[in-house]
Design a protein around this ligand. Structure first.
Ligand SMILES: [Zn+2]
Length: 309
């Protein structure tokens, strides 16, 4: 809904954030500028004059009287929570390396209900997941699985919840010094690690790909037979590392293990457990921040733009 403008992904510290967004009006003005970078334009008749109907976010075209909500098409639409609180939560979620605590945000945003803050954060996670689903993995892709379960989710003594299998894939490239650098990551909760599942995951992340040229169609794994079967079927180069000792996985499959360890640390630190049902979204949040780790303080604006488009 929101008209695309050339985004200004300016860097933003907490100090700058507090200068730029001091009240609800500042947040509305930011949305207005993002939606109509060249000034108001009625989506129905193209009229440029408007009335502001309410102090909140409703605008009325002077020519055709069409009413337009500033937040239509964004996660903020019809929310009863002030935009200011949304923006603060988004800033924290974009920048907190270990994720945000809902209880802490509840206090900081002065929202009484835990579920309200949790739902807001979950909507932000959805926007993160949607944004990242556009990214395909090129180059040599390292891929591995890990179990995520109740023991790392903060819940204790509950045997009812089963462990979830997660496949993590990280693209890599080699710099001019011959050093391997991790690129983008994707993580998926899967039912099993059969060849069929692995094949579906590889298709999702773009291997093999028609979109990227040249794409080194190769993966690195622990040599599990499903990878073997799929790589043979697709004619993908498969470099198989031999894990004699599970501890070697940190060395031989370094990038997937870094992401897995990071995700487990984030989840273990969350105040309330992470249920199987929502694990995928939490993983998407971890991946989103990992994928933007070099963009530093631009991440807040990047996330804000993706949420409002
Ligand atoms: Zn109009």
């Amino acid at each position: 809904m929101v008209k695309k403008s050339k985004p200004d992904y300016k860097e933003m510290s907490w100090l700058l954030f507090n200068k730029e967004f001091q009240d609800e009006k500042d947040c509305c003005e930011w949305l207005f500028r993002t939606r109509w970078p060249n000034g108001f334009e009625c989506p129905k008749c193209g009229g440029e004059r408007y009335w502001q109907v309410s102090t909140r976010d409703l605008y009325k075209c002077c020519s055709c009287r069409h009413q337009i909500s500033l937040t239509a098409g964004t996660v903020f639409h019809k929310t009863r929570i002030p935009l200011m609180k949304w923006f603060m939560l988004i800033f924290r979620m974009a920048t907190a390396k270990t994720g945000v605590s809902i209880n802490e945000m509840k206090r900081e945003l002065e929202i009484k209900d835990y579920k309200t803050v949790w739902t807001m954060a979950h909507k932000v996670r959805k926007a993160m997941a949607d944004r990242d689903s556009r990214y395909k993995l090129a180059g040599l892709v390292e891929i591995d699985e890990s179990f995520f379960g109740p023991s790392i989710s903060g819940k204790r003594g509950r045997g009812t919840e089963k462990k979830e299998l997660v496949i993590v894939a990280v693209s890599t490239w080699t710099n001019s010094d011959g050093v391997e650098i991790p690129g983008f990551v994707h993580a998926f909760v899967v039912e099993n690690a059969t060849a069929n599942t692995i094949e579906n995951v590889l298709i999702l992340i773009g291997i093999p790909s028609k979109e990227f040229e040249p794409l080194t169609k190769s993966i690195r794994s622990d040599g599990w037979r499903s990878y073997q079967a799929v790589t043979e079927k697709w004619g993908i180069v498969h470099s198989r590392v031999v894990l004699r000792d599970p501890k070697d996985s940190m060395k031989l499959l370094p990038w997937t293990h870094r992401v897995i360890a990071n995700a487990k640390a984030v989840f273990a630190g969350s105040n309330r457990g992470i249920s199987s049902k929502h694990l995928q979204r939490y993983l998407s949040e971890v991946c989103y921040r990992f994928n933007r780790r070099f963009w530093g303080r631009e991440v807040f604006h990047r996330l804000l733009y993706s949420i409002t488009q």
